[in-house]
Design a protein around this ligand. Structure first.
Ligand code: ZN
Ligand code: ZN
Ligand code: FE
Length: 748
């Protein structure tokens, strides 16, 4: 039976070779009709035998191009037209959303050509096709075509032009298509901006081998690279970058990767997936990489080559360190001028190329959990700006995001566009980057926000930015945004218990929250329980020196004066502050409780990057410990978890000389126990069996796995983030979601 169907596909289906794929699929089956890009995805009409159309539709899902991401396929029967052949027709872009594909790692077909001596693009480092290459990072404007990208500077040679126009060619409509004759080129410069003669990539290899530190231009910005086997070079880089312990990631090729880390099949395919993220993998004990890359760390961040040039370097330097080229917390450098201005003291050479980076983005980071789920830690290159969905209709809105690990989210109707990772909004460079990106997003996605959602903290720069923008403003509490984000990502409408274990977030009562339980729905979340408020002496300084938190908590909760001799003076002033109740910030933060324990055990005296002490505490946990400490829960209207007995138990163990690794495991187990206890109480009180988790503390894999396991075994349903990080990278999305709910209620 002959029929005709209209098929509407939404998702990331533009700039990823989707139209030629459909064209071939339809032609192979002898189906007629057409496909065109629309502002939301693609529209297809197909006509032919019902059987063939059915197979066609299955193939669309199962054989789609690797970089395509289908969100939904809707289809219905329409009238027969009896047209001849299948065509690709021009786009129909209405006002509204347009799509931008994230950048895509070099595909296997391009890699084969790249390595093929007979191919005209043999060893041409900018080889790309419809399935791979730069996208987001080169876009100037939408809709996405060559004239609106930084490839506009390069006029296609006749051969490339021919490929571009030939629907049967795998470079049909590949906007960044180019070759040695017509495309970009690399060149190498000294840190004094002098051109180095000779083959730029061969020279880079020679210099890396010699132990030089080099800035290398990639897709979303420059990296600082050096040989990951040379300890002295890495130590020098650590000194220059003022980064004593924070782990670096390394790039390793296929053949050498399993020398460095244990890699499961799921991890392997994630490494080689189109976004090519940095994956945290369990390190092998004896590996060729210098230990200075990730000292005292059971994991190592590994990234696969994702542009052709990476393969050329790896051929000669099999393990190289890669880190975003920036000073401390500033955004990644994207031009040689920036490298020269800011990094000439760190790098001695700069491998540049002449295709501009229009939009910078750092490498994305994640890990594969034991249930094979990909857990995102930083959502950036390869992932942004793919749209996220919101399970209800929102106004044109902007979520300005948090203070640390900022991202913003621009949304309209049921679609949300989150920026790549921007960074900590505490320096001018980042602020400039932030403002530039919010403007670009508004232009590209044609959303003029009517609702601006910001944090409750009146002093945050993001709050100040929000206040300067036109439109209605709504403040959403940090941890409410965390929970709203998980709920929306999982389309949960029912009543839930939301647990936010986090570092810092400004609370509704002006105190610092971070060990929070909420009850309610996505429309209305109410604080139901929290960790006891405890004093943070001197605020920020105690976050850097975790032993100060131990001194304060022990004195406040147990009246005990703990602390080593070298801390005596500091301890005295802290006790004094508590006695007189001056200079204290009260906090219910779970992150600080971890700091307290880490500080007491003496894991990390002073942290040099966020959550370092808590991370080290996690890494020292002894396997196989099942015991835990006593704790108390006060059953008030808002319940309180009191850690007094926990601290008492830890001090007792410490004095008995118990292995700190055992103490750490027992502490982690205790947090698991009281979490389950609280879940059971609140689930009864609010009659729900749905639990959702968010917050930076859940980046602790030991804790997260145990909490999930215990809560599930007890019969609850657990919801986690799907496409967003559990850290503050999810906040702007949660702000948009909850801000719209609040705004609706205000109107009614
Ligand atoms: Zn390709
Ligand atoms: Zn060409
Ligand atoms: Fe947070």
């Amino acid at each position: 039976m002959r029929e005709r169907r209209k098929v509407i596909i939404s998702g990331v289906v533009q700039g990823v070779g989707f139209r030629p794929f459909i064209y071939r699929l339809a032609n192979d089956r002898g189906l007629t009709g057409f496909i065109r890009n629309t502002s939301k995805g693609v529209d297809i009409e197909v006509e032919g035998s019902a059987d063939k159309i059915r197979i066609f539709l299955t193939d669309v899902r199962t054989r789609k191009p690797v970089a395509a991401n289908i969100y939904a396929i809707r289809q219905h029967k329409i009238r027969l037209i009896y047209d001849k052949g299948f065509r690709i027709v021009s786009s129909r872009i209405e006002k509204g959303f347009t799509q931008i594909s994230p950048d895509i790692a070099t595909c296997s077909a391009c890699y084969s050509e790249f390595m093929d001596r007979k191919d005209r693009r043999y060893l041409y480092p900018f080889i790309n096709c419809t399935n791979c290459g730069p996208r987001y990072s080169i876009i100037i404007n939408t809709p996405y075509d060559r004239r609106s990208t930084s490839m506009k500077e390069f006029e296609m040679c006749p051969q490339c032009q021919h490929e571009f126009e030939d629907v049967d060619d795998r470079r049909f409509h590949a906007q960044p298509d180019c070759c040695e004759l017509c495309g970009p080129q690399y060149s190498l410069f000294t840190s004094k901006n002098r051109l180095v003669n000779g083959d730029p990539i061969k020279n880079t290899i020679r210099l890396l081998k010699k132990g030089e530190i080099i800035a290398i231009k990639g897709i979303g910005g420059f990296h600082i690279a050096c040989d990951a086997r040379q300890g002295k070079t890495i130590e020098r880089l650590r000194k220059l970058k003022n980064r004593p312990t924070k782990p670096f990631a390394i790039m390793v090729g296929d053949s050498n990767r399993d020398q460095v880390a244990y890699i499961s099949r799921a991890e392997h395919s994630r490494l080689l997936s189109p976004p090519a993220p940095i994956l945290l993998l369990r390190k092998k004990p004896h590996n060729p990489v210098n230990r200075a890359v990730a000292p005292n760390n059971p994991y190592i961040g590994i990234i696969a080559p994702y542009v052709p040039m990476h393969y050329m370097l790896l051929d000669q330097v099999p393990f190289f360190l890669m880190t975003s080229a920036n000073r401390a917390d500033e955004p990644i450098a994207f031009s040689r001028e920036q490298v020269m201005a800011n990094l000439s003291g760190i790098v001695s050479f700069c491998l540049d190329h002449d295709r501009d980076i229009e939009n910078r983005c750092d490498d994305s980071v994640g890990y594969v959990a034991s249930d094979k789920k990909f857990m995102i830690i930083r959502r950036s290159r390869g992932l942004a700006p793919a749209p996220l969905t919101i399970p209800f209709q929102v106004k044109p809105s902007l979520g300005v995001g948090p203070f640390l690990k900022n991202t913003f989210t621009l949304a309209n109707k049921s679609e949300a566009y989150m920026s790549p990772h921007i960074g900590d909004l505490d320096n001018l460079e980042t602020m400039v980057f932030y403002k530039e990106m919010t403007q670009k997003y508004q232009r590209w996605f044609k959303i003029e926000p009517e609702l601006i959602v910001h944090d409750m903290h009146p002093e945050y720069l993001s709050t100040k930015i929000a206040n300067d923008l036109p439109g209605k403003k709504i403040a959403v509490q940090h941890h409410v945004a965390h929970i709203a984000a998980v709920l929306a990502e999982n389309s949960v409408n029912d009543k839930v218990i939301g647990i936010a274990y986090d570092g810092t977030g400004y609370g509704e009562d002006g105190r610092i929250w971070g060990g929070e339980f909420f009850a309610g729905t996505i429309r209305n979340l109410k604080r139901a329980a929290h960790l006891r408020y405890l004093p943070l002496p001197g605020g920020e300084v105690s976050i850097i020196k975790p032993y100060r938190i131990a001194i304060a908590y022990y004195y406040k909760l147990l009246g005990q004066k703990i602390g080593r001799n070298k801390w005596r003076t500091e301890a005295r002033s802290i006790w004094n502050m508590i006695d007189k109740n001056i200079g204290l910030v009260e906090t219910s933060s779970m992150g600080r409780l971890f700091d307290c324990v880490a500080g007491l055990i003496g894991v990390t005296e002073e942290i040099t990057y966020e959550a370092e002490a808590a991370i080290n505490l996690e890494y020292m946990t002894k396997k196989g410990v099942k015991t835990f400490y006593q704790y108390a829960i006060e059953d008030n209207d808002i319940m309180i978890i009191d850690p007094s007995k926990i601290l008492k138990g830890i001090l007792y163990d410490l004095k008995k000389g118990i292995d700190p690794g055992v103490i750490s495991a027992k502490f982690h187990n205790t947090v698991t126990e009281f979490t389950l206890d609280m879940v059971q109480r609140l689930a009864g009180k609010y009659s729900t069996d749905k639990i959702c988790l968010s917050g930076g503390v859940f980046q602790n894999r030991y804790l997260l796995e145990r909490i999930i396991d215990r809560i599930r075994t007890a019969g609850f349903k657990v919801y986690l983030h799907q496409n967003l990080p559990t850290n503050d990278g999810c906040i702007s999305y949660g702000q948009v979601v909850y801000g719209n709910m609040r705004e609706r209620k205000e109107r009614i």
